[in-house]
Design a protein around this ligand. Structure first.
Ligand code: DC
Length: 214
């Protein structure tokens, strides 16, 4: 079993790149941000506060959470669209800062990684979830580029608003006590500003192939 861990700030292109790398290698792909988002959605629906760490951890144990490629099943229902709502966007950094909830999801993510060769992306994959991953990638892009990409994705043209939103998510992820966002030791740093997706994907696929050949 081999793992590629891809971490980095919001809007760096982690999901697209991770999905494409997994497709190219024929490996499984896991978006761990979608898991934090699905728990946030379930909490909002049940009226559990985003700061209620114990309540969130209990909720995670009680639910069936099953990421499958780009889909994510919550008690058997795909909630991939609902987890991108503005309400979830707003609450998820607060939920993701809760330590007991994080422990539950980290355990689940480690179990998923045991299924075979995986590409897993998030914020703490190389530092916490899979510190022994054979390949760790720290994927970044400058703030303007990340705001432009989000604008394209969302069909929105208020770049200033997007820049502020991305900066505030980064600040929340970097400053939390529990597994703050940071580059893992030994991670390959790729600044995707000015690179095409194909170029970024190819660099990571080349790394994986050189591992297979060694
Ligand atoms: O990548 P995303 O925007 O879907 O992530 C949603 C939130 O979850 C974001 O605030 C970062 C957080 N997250 C995290 O803390 N740890 C992860 N492994 C993945 C995401």
């Amino acid at each position: 079993m081999t793992a590629i861990a891809i971490d980095g700030p919001a809007g760096a292109g982690k999901s697209t790149v991770a999905r494409r790398v997994a497709d190219a290698l024929g490996w499984e792909y896991f978006d761990t941000g979608a898991m934090y988002r699905a728990i946030t959605l379930a909490a909002l629906r049940r009226g559990i506060e985003p700061t209620d760490d114990t309540g969130l951890a209990e909720l995670t144990r009680a639910l069936q959470l099953e990421p499958r490629g780009s889909a994510i099943y919550l008690d058997g229902v795909d909630v991939a669209a609902e987890i991108r709502s503005p309400a979830v966007n707003e609450a998820v950094p607060v939920v993701a800062a809760q330590p007991s909830l994080r422990s539950e999801l980290v355990a689940l993510q480690r179990a998923l990684s045991m299924r075979g060769n995986v590409v897993m992306e998030g914020r703490d994959i190389g530092t916490k979830v899979l510190p022994d991953a054979e390949i760790k990638v720290w994927l970044t892009a400058d703030l303007d580029e990340r705001a432009r990409r989000r604008a394209d994705e969302m069909g929105e043209d208020d770049l200033t608003r997007l820049r502020v939103a991305i900066e505030s998510r980064d600040a929340a992820d970097e400053s939390r006590d529990s597994s703050p966002l940071r580059k893992a030791d030994g991670a390959l740093e790729i600044d995707s500003t000015g690179l095409t997706i194909d170029e970024v994907v190819q660099r990571i696929v080349d790394e994986a192939r050189s591992l297979e050949g060694s």
